[in-house]
Design a protein around this ligand. Structure first.
Ligand SMILES: Nc1ncnc2c1ncn2[C@@H]1O[C@H](COP(=O)(O)OP(=O)(O)OP(=O)(O)O)[C@@H](O)[C@H]1O
Ligand code: SF4
Ligand SMILES: [Mg+2]
Length: 347
């Protein structure tokens, strides 16, 4: 199936006084229309940096970017990485949009939400002020703001956090983009509101057949929305596959560690210890050879010849449509996991 967005071997690095920060390293992922891809990983793993590159939002003067990000438009495929700034401006908002954790950073405090949403429409449409405002009301209504024709005249601070995120979604989707990148859109919200916003994104995706990339550090969010998942660690994709494969038969020890740190009823009742993965991710400056996860990996001792610290694993097919960057095979990981669970219960 042709994908609406195909990111291929994306490298993003930042020259700094301390050295070159390799924020993403040979990152590839894709998402089709109507599909949701979740990108999950700890803080600093490169989730935002890779998607800001797709949107063309990095400062060109202080960022090195290579690779491709193909957008499959009716007029032909466009590579967002080599596109000119004016081409990207024409595509942003119209074909692709991004929402962030903090809507306040994207909304101007001195202008009404109606004016700001209408402005996003005017960027890509010719029409009167009145038409823009009417479209803003329509969008506010669509995203579930009660009494939209009145609220359109309110300022951002007059909305709650959840309602502000709805306003942001209305603004992002006013020109019917086919790709929505949501970067931790619900992290700042309480659990009930979080769930409502995720449901809203799902409903809108269905209605407009959008491709959605959901960036999150929260596997609960992944479970709620994703069709496919990419797990990132230290700038690389370490595992990718369908939602069920990732949740029920993950291959990479890092993914297994993330899942084990999720509080689950059946695990707690068995008395398993629920721990965050010990240790911290490595510095992204001068990453040594070998697997970046090796210093934290409870499986490395089962790999012979010091391979984990000497040789960087490649992203390999481990099961049908499931790829992982680990020297171990899928059956090795399952077997070692069983041994470890046995040791925990007996110990
Ligand atoms: N402008 C920059 N200059 C130098 N380093 C940067 C810059 N922007 C990002 N980085 C570094 O790139 C790495 C990846 O950052 P990124 O923002 O993509 O992480 P993330 O996975 O989105 O994390 P979080 O969950 O905290 O948002 C981090 O180590 C970050 O410090
Ligand atoms: S390659 Fe080695 S260190 Fe890396 S995840 Fe696999 S077992 Fe662990
Ligand atoms: Mg981020």
């Amino acid at each position: 199936m042709s994908k609406f967005l195909e990111v291929e071997n994306l490298n993003v690095s930042f020259p700094t006084e301390d050295g070159l920060v390799q924020a993403t390293n040979e990152v590839s992922y894709s998402v089709g229309l109507g599909e949701t891809l979740a990108i999950v990983g700890e803080s600093g793993s490169g989730k935002s940096v890779s998607n800001l590159a797709v949107m063309g939002l990095h400062n060109a003067g202080s960022t090195n970017i290579s690779g491709h990000a193909w957008l499959d438009l009716p007029s032909g495929r466009v590579d967002l990485i080599s596109a000119k700034p004016e081409e990207l401006r024409a595509l942003r908002g119209k074909e692709m949009a991004m929402i962030f954790q903090d809507p306040m950073s994207a909304l101007h405090p001195f202008f009404t939400v109606g004016k700001q949403i209408a402005e996003a429409w005017h960027l890509h449409n010719t029409g009167s002020k009145r038409a823009g405002l009417a479209r803003a009301v329509e969008m506010l209504d669509l995203v579930g703001i009660p009494d939209a024709s009145k609220r359109v005249n309110d300022f951002p601070h007059q909305f709650s956090g959840g309602m502000r995120q709805r306003v942001m979604i209305a603004m992002s989707l006013i020109n019917n983009p086919s790709l929505l990148i949501a970067d931790e859109p619900t992290t700042a919200l309480d659990v009930t509101v979080q769930s409502q916003i995720l449901q809203l994104i799902k409903d809108l995706q269905k209605e407009f057949n959008m491709a959605v990339i959901m960036i999150t550090h929260d596997l609960g969010v992944v479970a709620e929305v994703a069709d496919r998942v990419c797990v990132m660690y230290a700038g690389k994709i370490v595992e990718t596959g369908g939602i069920d494969d990732i949740f029920y038969q993950s291959v990479h020890p890092y993914t297994r560690g993330l899942l084990a740190s999720l509080p689950r009823l059946e695990q707690s009742s068995l008395g398993h210890r629920l721990l965050a993965i010990p240790g911290t991710p490595p510095s992204l400056i001068n990453l040594p050879n070998g697997c970046s996860f090796a210093p934290r990996c409870a499986f490395a001792e089962h790999v012979g010849s010091g391979l984990c610290t000497s040789t960087t694993p490649k992203l390999e097919l481990k099961r049908e449509d499931q790829w992982a960057r680990c020297h171990l095979g899928a059956s090795d990981v399952s077997r070692i996991s069983q041994l470890q669970i046995g040791a925990t219960i007996n110990g």
